[in-house]
Write a protein that binds this ligand. Structure first.
Ligand code: DWN
Ligand code: ZN
Length: 414
């Protein structure tokens, strides 16, 4: 994966306008959640998935991007409630909000990217004034069926102004795995500025660049992840719009995420954790090109090892399948050029994905209920972030002699 040397930077940072140094190039990649039927498979859009490092604010971001309406269609298949781990996580988030009651009795909570209501439904049950904002109509319908108030829109400064006019100020704006997915962050922060109460908080969770680089999670790079946030780049971005990063909390979710707490500048004393994580990132050199040169060599190592293993197993007549038709699998399958010849099917529990083909690589997605009919010899686990839950659920596979293949941090079998 040889990134093109920047001959006079043709790409500029979306936030500060600084020069972007190209550091990773995964080539042509599809819309990662375009799980469609066979007759539509050739219409799946592709783009060049390349990543740049801003030489001034250090924000890591995609050089090109897939238009949002092509990614977050009404039939966007991802359902956050699809995993016990995720449901528990957001029940804890919601319980904390119910206990702390931002804004008091009549407080108002807005969630950007509310998906199927996995978090907000607990607030709804507790009678807290709330509003989810999510463009994916299918997921929003599920949320509404659980009594959640949803606005089926993209969140930006116009939507924020409309919400403020109708509901008044928000005392908490929460978001998970969404803010890093939105290229027009300037409009997001201006929207938050117009909607948030003077002493309100903007809290968002996103996977952390530190863990991606440390553990080789290259599959966290796909169309939806426009930015790979670090504490330093989020701090710089918040400051650009009159906000201040006042706290950070590390979460194990998705291989390692950070919960960022942002307040209006000067309204709260930053917690010690902010400086601690800035120091960790400095010592980990997350804003240095050399770190990405090493990372890119690791990615190529994984590709070579994974292809060698799958080809060897095939020539030994072993039956190998995939498990978890994750968005992340798009990068692995298309960058490694893995198709139905090496992986005849992928099992997944999401009804919206079953009976479809994986984007680009066109591997059939089958219901996970059929995983045991009959068990394969090996299963390549794309949903490694749910390994504990899946391996417990499928323990009979292992007892029957089946083995899991994992590809991060390196290719190995368990
Ligand atoms: O950032 C994002 C995260 C939060 O969710 C989004 N951009 C899109 C999506 O990413 P993902 O598809 O990589 O998410 P997950 O949670 O890693 O996907 C897990 C997949 O595995 C789902 O398709 C469901 C499937 N699964 C399964 O088949 N059996 C999951 C579990 C727990 C299972 O038991
Ligand atoms: Zn920048």
């Amino acid at each position: 994966m040889k990134p093109q040397p920047a001959l006079g930077a043709e790409h500029h940072c979306r936030l500060c306008g600084g020069d972007l140094r190209e550091v990773l190039d995964f080539g042509s990649q599809p819309v990662s959640n375009a799980f469609v039927k066979a007759d539509e498979a050739d219409e799946v859009p592709f783009f060049r998935l390349a990543v740049g490092l801003c030489t001034s604010c250090t924000m890591v971001q995609q050089l090109d991007e897939m238009p949002p309406h092509k990614m977050y269609r009404s039939d966007y298949p991802y359902r956050a409630s699809g995993s016990l781990l995720i449901r528990k996580h957001f029940e804890n988030v919601a319980r904390h909000i119910v206990q702390t009651r931002p804004g008091g009795q009549n407080g108002f909570v807005v969630e950007i990217g509310s998906n199927d209501g996995v978090m907000l439904k607990t607030l709804s049950e507790a009678g807290i004034r709330h509003l989810g904002v999510d463009p994916a109509a299918g997921a929003a319908d599920v949320a509404e069926s659980h009594g959640v108030n949803v606005l089926t829109e993209f969140f930006d400064e116009k939507t924020a102004a409309d919400i403020r006019k109708e509901h008044g100020p928000a005392h908490l704006i929460f978001s998970a795995n969404t803010i890093s997915h939105i290229s027009y962050l300037d409009s997001i922060f201006r929207g938050v500025d117009s909607l948030l109460a003077p002493d309100g908080l903007f809290v968002f969770e996103d996977r952390w660049l530190g863990d991606i680089l440390e553990h080789g999670f290259f599959d966290q790079i796909y169309d939806e992840h426009i930015y790979l946030f670090s504490v330093r780049s989020v701090q710089a971005t918040a400051a650009r719009f009159g906000f201040e990063l006042v706290d950070v909390e590390h979460l194990a979710l998705h291989g390692g995420s950070i919960r960022y707490t942002v307040a209006r500048a000067g309204t709260r004393r930053p917690a010690a954790a902010v400086a601690e994580y800035l120091e960790r990132e400095r010592s980990q050199r997350v804003a240095e090109e050399a770190t990405f040169v090493r990372f890119s060599a690791e990615i190529d190592r994984i590709r070579t090892d994974l292809l060698d293993l799958l080809r060897e197993l095939r020539s030994d007549g072993r039956r190998v399948v995939g498990y978890g038709a994750t968005s992340r699998s798009a990068t692995v399958l298309n960058y490694c050029q893995i198709g139905p010849d090496l992986l005849p099917r992928v099992y997944d529990s999401t009804p919206e994905k079953q009976g479809c083909l994986t984007p680009g690589s066109k591997i059939p997605v089958c219901p996970s209920e059929a995983f045991a009919d009959p068990y394969p010899d090996y299963a390549l686990l794309f949903a490694w972030n749910h390994a504990e839950e899946i391996m417990a659920k499928e323990c009979s596979f292992h007892e029957a002699g089946g083995r899991w293949i994992l590809y991060v941090p390196t290719v190995h079998i368990v």
